[in-house]
Design a protein around this ligand. Sequence first.
Ligand code: ADP
Ligand code: MG
Length: 524
Amino acid sequence: MSEAPILRDTARSKGRDALQKNIQAALALAEAIRSTLGPKGLDKLLIDDDGRTLVTNDGVTVLETAKVEHPVAKMMISASSAQDRVAKDGTTSTVILAAEMLRNAWQLILQGIHPSTIARGFRKSEQFVLKSLEEISLQASEDMQKTVVETSLAGKGHSSMQETIADISLRAVKMIADGESIDPTKIKLISQTGGRVEESSLVQGLMLPKKRIASEMPKEISEGKILLIDGGLEKRGVKGDLKLNVTDTGVLESFRQQERVLLKSQVDKLVEYGVDVLACKEGIDDDIRDYLVKNNIQAFRRVSRNDLNMLSRACGAVLVNSISTSRVDDLGGFKSSKNISLDGKDFWVVEAVGKAATIIAKGSTVDIIGEVERCFDDSLGVSVQLIEDGEIVCGGGASYVALARKLRRFAETMPGREQLAVEAYADAIEVIIRVLAENAGIDPISSLIDVVAEQTNLHSDHIGINLTTGKPANMLELGVLEPTGIIKQALIGATEVSISILRIDDVLWARQDIEAPVSPQSDM
Ligand code: ADP
Ligand code: MG
């Protein structure tokens, strides 16, 4: 049967042609973020349809904001997003690694090696480097922790900003750490424009930009119970198309009166439970406010769903739909619930029974605060990994070069064509040190050669590139260190996406207006 009727209005590229186009798209994408890698990486200015701007050095932010249509480029972006979710850091590296793996694979394909042979070689390489990565890992001492977090902020903002963010992130994670388990969602980030990044601070407990609904309510309560409602304390009123035939002027008043009685009975239930603080997602009627005041209840309305969820985790409270359906077991506990004013703004600070922390991030402009938030996101992720397992490796390209050296020795033991694929993988992971050097204005090839020579001479996996002097240096001494988990995830993500792209040999496009971006690298 002819395929024509089925594939009408479908553009199709097959075999090597399809693969070439896909690899070109992947390379073009990596090219777009290559210049942001490392401490000397530059920033990107992103402008959206409405003219809003965003200045960032964060690879995944560039990719997720850019309008990318090509399906293969989208696969690369999801690899970077996955890295962001799992490891927080290493998002640019993932894309650069994947693109380099594909570039080298293409050279092998031109020599007549089948993509599945390459995929098999890549898979074996991945297994080998992950094992080697464990072997070259070190355990971070308490002193090293801050250095590691600072490395994750390299190239983002200035050095005193990195120091502040690293310090606060580590303290925040330690504040919420509960033995083995660390749940970063227990950390809330509030950002404020105005002031310098160095003025950012950390508060124990949850701090929400909220004010109690009446100043007559207690300002500060210590040791008490809290109820969280995913609704409000409002009169329902008459909604929809319902027609109310009012035959007597008193009817409407008595209707309202009844609703008031109903609401009051709900407050009575709170009193019976011994609730000290009430937080609702929706409104609280003015009528009922005085009744809450009379009963010494501190109440907050229009608390966001997100904040209610955080309160629920920290206080051990169950978020209920309404007071009438609540049970006494749904209440949570807190050590203190205070209303404070900071820089002229009102805040509600809850020190919960469970652990929680709030970071107040500051920055002078909207652009800066945006980047500060992204930095906190990265450095919190890195801090969590550090406190959880503490395994680290040397940065500045040192670990990738060490892994490539070991992988080449492993390749020699392999038979046949897979050996070429393993060597191609080893070459590919050296891309990181080359790009780091390139972005620092240092010759990438001699940097790589010098580092490989120095590692071999000194039998050290800790030698990477000092981007200030352009010479090989011991990264352990220089304090350029990264959690092992980030490199591990970057290698897994890059291998995964490059293999998936290599396996595609037929592309069917329903729409014909998608064009493969042309790689600026003509010699791929
Ligand atoms: P990613 O999104 O992949 O995390 P970054 O722009 O954060 O990209 O750059 C991370 C790379 O920069 C890592 O390979 C790290 O080892 C390297 N790096 C960070 N600080 C230094 C430094 N002071 N000297 C050399 N390399 C560094
Ligand atoms: Mg980084």
